[in-house]
Write a protein that binds this ligand. Structure first.
Ligand code: FO1
Length: 315
C-alpha cells in the first residue's frame, strides 16, 4: 500500500497510458486527473472530450481508429440536428450523445462535474477514480493569426490550420482543483504525467491556481512520458503548436517544459541520443518503446513507469 498514484491526462495519448495504469495498479491506488479546458457546449449539451476519452478507454468502449468517441457509433442524431440547422462539424455519435445528455442533466440538477463524472463512471462499471481537474469552467482559447478561437473550433473545425500565437485558459485564474484532485495532491505518493500534449492537455491542469506549486513541492517521485517521438508528435498538433510557440519540437523541448515538475523522464528508444541533454536538466532518463498501438503496449509502458517509480503493482 502506497499513498497512490496521481496521473495527469488529457486526450488520446493520456487515455492510452491511463488504461495501461488501470490494468497494472489496484483500483484504489490510482487517481486520474483529466484536463477540462477542451470542454464545450454543443446542441445545448456539456461535452467533456478528454474526460470521455479516458472514461471510454477504461470502460472498453473506445473507438480505436479515432481514439475518441464510442466504437461502432452511428451518427443519425447528428444528421438530424444538421437538418435543423445546427452545426455538425463536431462529430458526436448517437451513443456518445447519450453521455452528454446524461452529464448535462446531472449538472442541471445541481451535480458538480466531479459528481456527474463519478455517476457516469459508476454506470460504466469503472472502479478507478477519474476526476476533472476542476469543477469550475475553464476554456482553452487559441490566439491565432485569424483571431482567438475556442479550442474545439481551432482543433476540429479549423483542423489546427491557423498559426498559433498564444494559448490562454479562460477562467483558470478563478478555478479551484476538484475535491478528488485536491485529495490526491495531498495523499498521492507518486505522480505520472501521461504522454499528453503539454500545451493543450497538461498546461490547463497546471494553470489551476496552486497546482503547479504543489507539484513542484510534491513529496513523492514524479515521472513524465514524452509525447514527442523522433521530433514529431505521436498524434495531434503538438509538434506544430510547439514550433509556432517557439519551443524546440523534441523530447528535450518537452523535458525543458516539465523542468521542476519531473524527476524521471521516459523518452522513446529512437530518441536515446537526447538522454544526456535531458539529464543535464536534472532528470533521470529512461529510453523505451513508447508508441502504444495495442493494449499490451499500454500495459507494458504502465508497468515500466510504475517500476521506475518503485510503485508496487497489482498481483
Ligand atoms: N476530434 C476530431 O478531430 N474531430 C471530431 O469530430 C471530434 C469529435 C469528438 C466528439 C466527442 C469527443 O469526446 C471527442 C471528439 N474529438 C474530435 C476529440 C476532441 O477534439 C479532443 O478534445 C481532442 O482529442 C483533444 O484532446
Amino acid at each position: 500500500m502506497t499513498g497512490g498514484v496521481l496521473a495527469l491526462a488529457g486526450g488520446v495519448g493520456g487515455a492510452k497510458l491511463a488504461l495501461g495504469l488501470s490494468k497494472v495498479l489496484p483500483a484504489d491506488e490510482l487517481t486520474i486527473v483529466v484536463n477540462t479546458g477542451d470542454d464545450a457546449t454543443f446542441h445545448g449539451l456539456h461535452v467533456s472530450p478528454d474526460l470521455d476519452t479516458v472514461m471510454y478507454a477504461l470502460a472498453g468502449l473506445s473507438n480505436n481508429e479515432t481514439g475518441w468517441g464510442v466504437a461502432g457509433d452511428t451518427f443519425n442524431s447528428l444528421g438530424q440536428l444538421e437538418r435543423y440547422g445546427n452545426p455538425a462539424w463536431f462529430n458526436l455519435g448517437d451513443k456518445d450523445l447519450a453521455t452528454h445528455i446524461r452529464r448535462t442533466e446531472l449538472l442541471r440538477n445541481g451535480s458538480t462535474l466531479s459528481e456527474a463524472t463519478g455517476s457516469l463512471c459508476a454506470s460504466l462499471d469503472i472502479a478507478i477514480r477519474i476526476v476533472p481537474m476542476t469543477d469550475d469552467p475553464v476554456h482553452t482559447m487559441v490566439e491565432t493569426t485569424e483571431g482567438e478561437l475556442p479550442f474545439q473550433t481551432y482543433f476540429v473545425r479549423e483542423q489546427c490550420r491557423p498559426v498559433t500565437l498564444a494559448i490562454r485558459y479562460d477562467g483558470a485564474e478563478r478555478a479551484r482543483p476538484s475535491p478528488g484532485f485536491l485529495d490526491s495532491l495531498e495523499t498521492a505518493s507518486h505522480l505520472i504525467i501521461c504522454p499528453s500534449n503539454p500545451f493543450l492537455s497538461v498546461d490547463p491542469i497546471l494553470a489551476v491556481p496552486g497546482v503547479r506549486q504543489r507539484l513542484e513541492k510534491f513529496a513523492g517521485r514524479r515521472l513524465a512520458v514524452s509525447p514527442i517521438v523522433g521530433g514529431e508528435a505521436v498524434r495531434g498538433p503538438a509538434g506544430k503548436l510547439m514550433r509556432e510557440l517557439g519551443h524546440e519540437v523534441s523530447c528535450v523541448g518537452v523535458a525543458r517544459y516539465y523542468q521542476g515538475l519531473c524527476d524521471i523522464f521516459i523518452i522513446d528508444e529512437v530518441d536515446e541520443g537526447c538522454a544526456s541533454e535531458i539529464e543535464a536538466l536534472g532528470m533521470k532518463v529512461h529510453a523505451a518503446p513508447t508508441i502504444m498501438q495495442n493494449d499490451d503496449d499500454k500495459e507494458r509502458l504502465a508497468r515500466l513507469a510504475c517500476h521506475l517509480l518503485g510503485v508496487p503493482l497489482a498481483s
